[in-house]
Ligand binder design. Structure first.
Ligand SMILES: Cc1cc2nc3c(=O)[nH]c(=O)nc-3n(C[C@H](O)[C@H](O)[C@H](O)COP(=O)(O)O)c2cc1C
Length: 317
């Protein structure tokens, strides 16, 4: 896909952010089927880790042609390994976008100058971007946060690097690193940053409903929007802009829960699939009367028959 078409898609449709432990192959199938028309990301891969064992990453990175446009995200603080991994995944998977993670707050990532640590080390970010730009033809992006702490705007030098190096866009999480995943959304600070940049800024953070979407647009008029956890158990969220959007009814939620669970088991096997899927019960069932009563039973269920028995005994499909 060429850059102009990709940009159109980024502007017109919600993208799905990369979420470790969530945006796996079955999840991506489900959100594509029920609403997502934008860019979708796989889970992130480590620049160094990928080079040590590319085969081990196939389960994370596999996708089908029909799943495009799709992005692969790389994290790390070592320019050479990020560039080499970018080159390797470009050759093996031909993703539509390669993103460099500059926002992850996890200590095991920031300790090695990766993720959000790059907000405090723009010199390393510069080396990473310079190295990657030289090695791949795939459109590159960065995903970062407004700053390290509220109001410090430390993303500014990173956005400048992205713009000066011709990156496709920057995904900007509207929270600082210290706000983690649920702290204050920094609309004012986004507005301060947006002025003066030509590179498209795709805003991310806190969109769980049509009201959240409308508020974000009203507050900051971003070039596009990326949804994160709001799509867990709610693949219909990608349709909230549509004039004929209708929230899913209970029977739809239950049947897609079941479809997603079966796909997860098909992909990962029964034991691992059931285990990985546990985090999705609550998001799918939220809003359904009496669901809290059965969550502990679902968490304990060890095979598909146990899960289906619990669902069939408590809900009408
Ligand atoms: C469990 C979890 C895992 C995440 N993994 C990643 C990741 O691998 N790469 C990344 O750029 N962001 C990751 N994020 C951040 C999300 O992509 C997103 O930026 C953040 O959740 C804010 O968006 P939201 O408020 O819409 O969820 C993760 C967030 C959570 C909660």
């Amino acid at each position: 896909m060429n850059k102009a078409d990709l940009l159109e898609i980024l502007k017109a449709h919600f993208s799905q952010s990369p979420i470790t432990g969530y945006t796996d192959y079955p999840f991506r199938k489900i959100i594509r089927k029920y609403g997502c028309r934008g860019l979708i990301f796989t889970e992130m891969v480590s620049g160094k880790g990928y080079l040590m064992n590319p085969k081990h990453h196939e389960e994370i990175l596999r996708f089908d042609e029909e799943d495009r446009p799709i992005g692969i995200q790389i994290f790390g603080g070592d320019p050479e390994s990020i560039a080499s991994t970018a080159e390797a995944v470009e050759e093996k998977y031909s993703p539509d976008v390669i993103d460099i993670n500059m926002g992850c707050p996890a200590r095991k990532v920031t300790n090695k100058f990766g993720g959000a640590a790059l907000l405090q080390h723009p010199d390393i970010a510069e080396k990473i971007i310079n190295a990657a730009v030289k090695r791949v033809k795939t459109p590159l992006t960065i995903k970062t946060r407004i700053g390290w702490s509220f109001g410090d705007l430390l993303s500014k030098p990173l956005l400048k690097l992205a713009e000066d190096n011709g990156l496709l866009c920057a995904f900007l999480h509207l929270r600082s690193k210290t706000s983690l995943f649920s702290g204050r959304l920094e609309y004012d600070n986004f507005r301060k940053l947006k002025d003066g940049f030509k590179i498209p800024l795709i805003a991310n953070g806190g969109i769980y409903s049509k009201e959240d979407f409308l508020k974000t647009v009203d507050e900051i008029q971003p070039d596009g929007i990326m949804i994160g956890m709001g799509s867990a158990g709610n693949p219909w969220i990608f349709n909230i802009k549509d004039t004929d959007y209708k929230a899913p009814v209970i029977s739809e939620k239950l049947s897609v829960l079941k479809e997603h669970l079966l796909l997860t088991i098909e992909y990962f096997g029964e034991t691992s699939g059931i285990h990985k899927f546990r985090k999705f019960y609550k998001p799918y069932l939220t809003g359904i009367p009496n669901h809290t009563k059965i969550l502990p039973e679902l968490f304990k269920a060890k095979n598909i028959n146990e899960v289906l028995d619990i669902l069939n005994m408590n809900f009408v499909f």
